[in-house]
Design a protein. Structure first.
Length: 179
């Protein structure tokens, strides 16, 4: 049975939106190794509709290697009630229900990576489907933008499973839901 592992670049004030505007000064070889190690265990990628639309418009024509090959060849599962005909290679649409996501999770021998969608990670937590939450917490206050957890998020207890500090000051934190 697979695990769903969510990965986020996140600011100190909880912002996950538009990391392209604040994340890259912290991205170095050390962080690349952390990101790469996480990617090595992924057998498929899970995403919401908005992220699918953004990435499907970028990655198929990208020359940004090795990420382009990784995302383009990886099986992708999109949780959506409105996407009917995905154009991005190797994409399967899942209805937004727990049983459909659980069935995919049970059929994968490895990790389902997911990133970039705060609403999807909140939904996964609410329904007991998220196995790990990996955060690269950047030492910056962005001050605006979507946060990983908003004022409507239910309470979820998490346990710190692993932690480290990169030389840039970015915290590498892994949490698991507390049973």
């Amino acid at each position: 049975m697979g695990r769903i592992i969510s990965n986020f670049f996140i600011s100190l004030d909880g912002v996950v939106e538009s990391p392209d505007e604040w994340h890259f000064p912290y991205f170095d070889d050390e962080m690349g190794a952390v990101v790469g190690a996480g990617m090595e265990t992924n057998k498929a990628f899970l995403m919401g509709r908005t992220l699918y639309d953004e990435w499907a418009a970028y990655w198929p024509d990208s020359t940004d290697e090795p990420f382009a090959t990784f995302f383009n060849t990886m099986p992708k599962y999109v949780i959506s009630g409105s996407l009917t005909d995905p154009s991005w290679h190797n994409t399967t649409v899942l209805p937004g229900d727990v049983d459909a996501v659980r069935a995919v999770k049970e059929s994968i021998d490895g990790d389902l990576g997911m990133s970039g969608s705060a609403s999807t990670v909140r939904w996964l937590l609410t329904h007991g489907l998220l196995d790990e939450l990996r955060l690269l917490v950047h030492p910056i206050v962005v001050g605006h933008g979507h946060r990983l957890f908003d004022g409507n998020t239910a309470t979820h207890k998490l346990t710190l499973a692993d932690s480290g500090t990169l030389s840039s000051g970015v915290l590498n934190l892994t949490y698991v839901p507390t049973s």
